[in-house]
Design a protein around this ligand. Structure first.
Ligand code: XUL
Ligand code: CO
Length: 437
């Protein structure tokens, strides 16, 4: 059954086009800094927001008009698979991502759930073969079911921990079966509400144990995906253990797992942590841990994870600048972990939302490439730190300097000349570049 039959195939028409069903900036075959846009961006559809979300909120039921919601159980799951591949074809999106519970209904036992998964995974595999579409990453949802009320890998109950481990095991098997490029751990309820009933050290040790078991099992079955951890500071728990990139890297280093994982960074999680998206990408990059991106945006007037489609060109430009400077996304991609607003309940809103997100990232990519080609930021940085290139500065960098030699220098050169950071001029140049590409 076709779900998107009334939607035309979305093609690149360029800047002047007023066709709402066309890309204005995303031209998959256009080469930017030696690679096509398609190779740079590696877009992915998020199964949960696109096919599972209904638009419900704490004040009202779902509003979304979706063909598959006329069915339930495995029938609904099967129609979602067909819809997913049709949607990816229409929008020329090469990848998709899912949680286990997004693709198949949970049964009343673990065995039944796994059986449902097997049915849908076989259908997905057939569709992947027929269309050439690929799985960017899969993950286990270890936060929705009431059993995970006190965590999964950081559960207070060993039986719950075992169930979570079983879900991860199945997730790795599914990832291998479908040739996933990455496997994601987002710490859904891995955090706490109060230290009054929480053994933080013990919970973190257990989480590291689960990650080690996952690595061992992936090796055992020959699943060679890149492992990713997705930081988030709060929501659903008051304090999530994987607070931000820096906290997650410190955790991985403490447990000797830093070479086994990279990070999946999400824009709205960055802003919840009080950071910009580009900050999180830079922290990962300078530690060799940039893995993949969850693309969305928050609302600066709201304090929660609104997961809006990314349309802020400053944010996409600065994010893509970090990605390009880090050498690209490798096996990662740009996954739209974003949902249409409750008021955007028609099926074509899903199409418009993805076009907006893809065009915004393509625009950001082109602006970032121009920033690099014109050495706008490189030039500023080089000039700003130039005193470390020679003399006493070069001695500091090479390790030759001591406190005594620096004191000697300072005594003879106490009138240091500082220079302007030129922030306003830089922002003006950035505006000009963004609106010139
Ligand atoms: C939640 C979130 C998740 C992860 C995957 O905020 O971002 O959807 O991306 O579990
Ligand atoms: Co996410």
């Amino acid at each position: 059954m076709s779900v998107f039959s009334h939607i035309p195939t979305i093609k690149f028409e360029g800047k002047g086009s007023d066709n709402p069903f066309a890309f204005k900036r995303y031209n998959p075959s256009e080469v930017v800094l030696g690679k096509t846009m398609e190779e740079h961006l590696r877009f992915a559809v998020a199964y949960w927001h696109t096919y599972v979300a209904t638009g419900s909120d704490p004040f009202g039921v779902g509003t979304a008009d979706r063909e598959w919601d006329k069915y339930d159980g495995l029938d609904r799951a099967k129609l979602r698979v067909e819809a997913n591949f049709e949607f990816m074809e229409k929008l020329n999106i090469p990848y998709f991502c899912f949680h286990d519970v997004d693709i198949a209904p949970e049964g009343s036992t673990l065995a039944e759930t796994n059986k449902n998964l097997d049915v849908i995974v076989a259908q997905i595999k057939d569709n992947m073969k027929a269309t050439g579409k690929k799985l960017l990453w899969n993950t286990a949802n270890m936060f929705s079911n009431p059993r995970y009320v006190h965590g999964a890998g950081t559960a207070v109950n060993a039986g719950v921990y075992a169930y979570a481990a079983a879900q991860v095991k199945k997730g790795l098997e599914v990832g291998k079966e479908l040739g996933a490029e990455n496997y994601v751990f987002w710490g859904g309820r891995e955090g706490y509400e109060t230290l009054l009933n929480t053994d933080m050290g013990f919970e973190l040790d257990n989480l590291a144990r689960l990650y080690r078991m996952a690595i061992d099992y992936a090796n055992e079955i020959g699943f060679d995906a890149q492992f990713l951890i997705e930081p988030k500071p709060k929501e659903p728990t008051k304090h999530q253990y994987d607070f931000d990139a820096a906290t997650t890297i410190a955790f991985l280093q403490k447990y000797g797992l830093q070479d086994k994982f990279k990070l999946n960074l999400e824009a709205n999680h960055a802003t919840l942590a009080g950071h910009t998206f580009e900050h999180e990408i830079r922290v990962a990059a300078i530690n060799g841990m940039l893995g993949s991106l969850d693309a969305n945006q928050g609302d600066y007037l709201l304090g929660w994870d609104t997961d809006e489609f990314p349309t802020d060109l400053y944010a996409t430009t600065l994010a893509m600048y970090e990605v390009l400077k880090a050498g690209g996304l490798g096996r990662g991609g740009v996954n739209f972990d974003a949902k249409v607003r409750r008021g955007s309940f028609e099926l074509e809103d899903l199409v418009y939302a993805h076009i907006a997100g893809m065009d915004s990232f393509a625009w950001g990519l082109k602006a970032a490439a121009k920033l690099i080609e014109e050495r706008v930021i490189d030039g500023i940085i080089e000039n700003r730190y130039r005193s470390f290139k020679e003399g006493i500065g070069a001695d500091i960098v090479s390790g030759k300097a001591t406190l005594a030699s620096l004191e000697q220098y300072a005594l003879q050169n106490s009138a240091v000349r500082t220079e302007s950071g030129r922030l306003e001029r830089i922002k003006h140049v950035l505006n000009e570049i963004i609106f010139s590409v």
